[in-house]
Design a protein around this ligand. Structure first.
Ligand SMILES: Cc1ncc(COP(=O)(O)O)c(C=O)c1O
Length: 434
């Protein structure tokens, strides 16, 4: 047992020495050196926006350079003779990804981008028929999800106002209540074709009980899918065991694969060999044994790759593979264990600083560690955008959401306890210097 296991939040201290002690006992602390940090005023920033775009791992360059070299030296021959041949390059991601999302390797793959993949998966899993045409989602879902759902129901000839049922928060509350989600599903009942929710809410960081909600959706005969943009690489997932039908996530947030990069997706194995499942298809989804025979018939791969369309964008998935190598080495258990402690420490620092200044910080993320991941969303009552700008100028990268919420996500792989301490000091200075 080390100091990190023994310390409970009550015993935290808001001192540099204490933060350093925590770092010294943190087995993940050395991974900080595996990442490239931007600098402000010649100092490495305190980076809280891994929930938006993760930092670049140093090994990314090596993976990309390898592809560039193979391309320069082999051109088309690289498809088969590169160090990591391109024609099945994407298969290398399935094993490490499956561990991150709790799936079988055959259930996951990578392609395209998140919104595109959710649309493609809805071809298979949003199949409105008769009375069953409604989609349940959370109110104020990430805008791309809202546009996606609206355009999907319109595409099928429905009115979004009728076909999309939003789960509401109770007045004055920041988070959704599980009982309200389950009640909504039960009420919509046999009219519900699909439940599609963000597994971790992008604004508040609330984690949903995906297992229970998935079962509730299945109980009314609906498909259940998850947008895991803020969940993958952040919280422990068990997609296979939770019996989730489908899911997709982006790789550029907690998984550090680079701006706008490819998305991972999951299709439960029970759909893999379903002959009549509707799906948009392309040549990368057809059996690889016969793919290059260029036959007119589509023979689906016997796994999630049947949903693949195009040949893989190797220069995009190379950084994703580089990052997954780090995840594989560290493992989700260690990432989650550190996340719980560093987020608790950050919460403690905020409460300490709160006592020393006039403004009030209201953490709107659930306080229960099972209902939150790496992100704390904080209402800065009495503060405006100037504080956010002050933080940025002083080397603290956070993000600002209207009206005055900052989101702080101390990623386990590269944030330190000392970062949390220094953040508190800069925050205090920013408020007191007004
Ligand atoms: C919850 C959520 N869904 C969807 C998206 C859209 O992702 P993309 O632009 O990769 O399609 C994002 C992007 O940040 C997101 O946070």
């Amino acid at each position: 047992m080390n100091i990190l296991d023994e310390i409970i939040p009550m015993q935290f201290k808001n001192t540099e020495a204490f933060a350093k002690e925590l770092d010294a006992a943190d087995a993940l602390n050395r991974y900080r050196d595996e990442f490239l940090f931007p600098k402000v005023n010649d100092k490495q920033v305190i980076y809280f926006t891994g929930n938006s775009l993760g930092l670049q791992p140093k090994n990314t360059q090596i993976y990309v350079d390898e592809v560039m070299k193979d391309w320069a030296e082999m051109a088309v021959e690289g498809h088969f003779y590169a160090e990591k041949p391109w024609w099945d390059y994407h298969e290398r991601l399935a094993e490490p990804l499956s561990k991150i999302v709790g799936a079988k390797p055959s259930e996951v793959s990578v392609m395209s981008t998140l919104t595109v993949n959710l649309h493609l998966l809805m071809v298979s899993f949003y199949r409105p028929k008769g009375n069953r045409y409604k989609i349940i989602c959370e109110e104020k879902a990430f805008p791309s999800d809202q546009y996606m759902l609206q355009s999907q129901v319109r595409f099928h000839g429905y009115d979004p106002k009728d076909a999309i049922i939003e789960i509401k928060k109770r007045p004055g509350e920041h988070n959704f209540r599980k009982e309200d989600i389950l009640d909504t599903i039960a009420q919509v009942g046999e009219e519900c074709a699909l439940v599609l929710i963000g597994g971790v809410n992008y604004y508040t960081g609330q984690v949903f009980d995906m297992k229970t909600i998935t079962k509730a959706g299945h109980d009314v005969g609906a498909f259940v899918g998850w947008d895991l943009a803020h969940a993958a690489g952040n919280i422990k997932l068990e997609l296979h065991d939770w019996d989730v039908d489908f899911a997709a996530w982006c790789s550029y947030k907690y998984m550090n694969s680079g701006p706008g990069n490819v998305s991972g997706y999951f299709v439960h194995e029970r759909f893999h060999n379903q002959k009549d499942i509707p799906r948009f298809e392309g040549w990368w989804g057809t059996k690889k044994e016969t793919r290059f025979l260029m036959k007119p018939e589509f023979e689906p791969m016997a796994n999630a790759e049947a949903w693949q369309l195009s040949n893989a964008p190797i220069l995009s998935i190379a950084p994703y593979l580089a990052s997954l190598q780090l995840f594989d080495e560290v493992g989700m258990d260690a990432i989650v264990a550190k996340r719980k402690k560093i987020v608790a420490y950050l919460e403690f620092i905020l409460s300490e600083i709160d006592k020393e200044v006039d403004s009030t910080f209201e953490v709107i993320t659930p306080s229960n560690e099972d209902e939150r991941g790496t992100q704390l969303s904080v209402f800065l009552h009495g503060e405006g955008r100037e504080l956010f700008e002050y933080l940025m100028k002083n080397g603290v990268i956070t993000d600002w959401r209207e009206p005055n919420v900052i989101r702080l996500a101390p990623a386990s792989l590269y944030c330190s306890y000392e970062d949390m301490y220094h953040f508190g000091q800069i925050l205090k200075k920013g408020i007191l210097s007004k």
